[in-house]
Design a protein around this ligand. Sequence first.
Ligand SMILES: *Cc1c(COP(=O)(O)O)cnc(C)c1O
Length: 395
Amino acid sequence: MQFIDLTAQQQRIRVKIEANIQAVLSHGQYIMGPEIQELEERLSSYVSVKHAIACSSGTDALLLALMAYGVGQGDVIFTTPFTFIATAEVISLLGAIPIFVDIDPKTFNIDPESLDQAITALKSNDPGLHPLPSTMSNELSALNPRGIISVDLFGVPADYDRINTIAKKHGLFVIQDAAQSFGAEYKTKKACSLASIGCTSFFPAKPLGCYGDGGMCFTDNDDLTDTMRSLRNHGGGNHKYDNVRIGINGRMDTLQAAILLAKFDIFPEEIELRNQVASKYNKLVSVFSPELSAPQVPPGLLSVWAQYSILAKDEEHRSAIQDNLKKKEIPTAIYYPKPLHLQDAFTYLGYKEGDFPVSESASHRIVSLPMHPYLKEEQQQEIVELLKLSLIVVK
Ligand SMILES: *Cc1c(COP(=O)(O)O)cnc(C)c1O
């Protein structure tokens, strides 16, 4: 069994993929070919946002968004420690400081109440209110709170009504890290349309993936769009060797856009299939152990199930689950075994164990099961039977 089966999908649309690749080979515009604009138009209309800016990866999408806001030294960006490294890496890369905020135990997304406390703690330089980077206690009052990067973990949008209200109150921008949630919905609005800039990834394993690296930024703002288009192409101005700002080589390959156009045709149907697979898992798991199911999708939201994760009782139980499945050659994965505030890369901030207990507990207990649109009911039944077995082992 495969954790994510990309072959079944490819078999369905192989002819279209090959035709799209052939078209690129024929016109030869490998950089910024016509497929780039076509993809930007199709996806911006799908998301119902005015502009889409194709780029080289989800990481670069986040980087471009922060750069468009001019984020740099002395700035603070609030984000979650229970995410992929890229979310916070881009903040540090620009010389800004990530301040971490714990997650909601039900959705695993940033907890709005803690977010509000963290902003207040920074503004009043009071680490008693919320854990702050301890190595910077002397500089904290000089730092400038600028924005929030919220993450839609596993495909469930964060609580944007509350996040946007808090951001407005404190004068911060919001960037939606929708790398795992492209196609998801929050109260009829699509992921990538829920903040000032929405960023997604087309890494092969994401819900909509290409055959390499790719990403996209979405926004309704014309000025931010112009800046991001310039930044992705070395800060280019009006003609080819005119450079008006320091940028990056952040373009998407035409070939990846061509592949995405073929895959996007069946994407809405795949979201439905993913939800059917998830409902089946939910039903099978809840019969014997409802406390295993996680995370929950709040009412009014649609998840794209980038991962189907469960929460084991403890680390020992999780190992038993993984071992049992492995014996039958069923792969599992842990997203994420170490929250970001405890990663060596961030020791310079001076966070410590215990700062974000919900994230820490999740990192010890979370485990993701095989999940893709073409997973069969028999396979799910086999997986859940083995889950039951591991429950007995730890009793
Ligand atoms: C995958 C991912 C990214 C980075 O995307 P890449 O395309 O791999 O650079 C960023 N944030 C989150 C939450 C992700 O899951």
